[in-house]
Design a protein around this ligand. Structure first.
Ligand code: CU
Length: 168
């Protein structure tokens, strides 16, 4: 095997190992899922969506076979200062040559009524539907050890939701 062939093989192995997905003008980086409430069988997925195209796009829908319902959600503070989750039917804008982050305490993909338990290391297949780019299917690793980013809101992780919270 020549050095060049070896390098290509190594590059391919690295590419497969990275949780990055690119399809057309949309790339998804740093995707992970976690259980937000074992009792209520709810979970969420987070990622950074990148639009490498020259036209603004919009994430308008999401689907998955791990849950009865998979929705695009965001967090909003109510009048009493409690964080509530809201279903965002219109979805999220992903600007041309820009990114939109789905992150703890903010916008997220919500799994409601999980069909199976999500264990650390499992992989969840989800399909994101974009207005222009169409469907982008990706494999999202379940990461139960990841801590919220520094500066994340104190009550930002699905507390104040109408589901029982069993996991911070
Ligand atoms: Cu939610």
């Amino acid at each position: 095997m020549s050095f060049k062939t070896l390098s290509l093989a190594a590059a391919a192995a690295v590419a497969l190992a990275l949780p990055a997905f690119a399809e057309g003008t949309i790339a998804v980086n740093d995707a992970y899922a976690r259980v937000s409430s074992k009792m209520a069988k709810a979970g969420a997925a987070f990622m950074v969506i990148e639009n490498t195209g020259t036209e603004d796009d919009q994430l308008v829908g999401v689907s998955s076979d791990v849950a009865k319902r998979t929705e695009l959600h965001t967090h909003k503070e109510d009048a009493d200062g409690n964080m509530k989750m809201l279903h965002v039917k219109e979805g999220f804008a992903v600007p041309a040559n820009g990114t939109h982050a789905l992150a703890r305490g903010g916008d997220h993909v919500m799994f409601m009524g999980l069909n199976r338990g999500l264990e650390h290391g499992d992989v969840v297949t989800i399909t994101l539907t974009f207005e222009k780019a169409g469907d982008v299917t990706l494999e999202v690793p379940v990461d139960l050890e990841r801590k919220p980013d520094h500066g994340a809101m104190k009550h930002g992780d699905h507390s104040g939701h109408d589901m029982k919270k069993s996991d911070g």
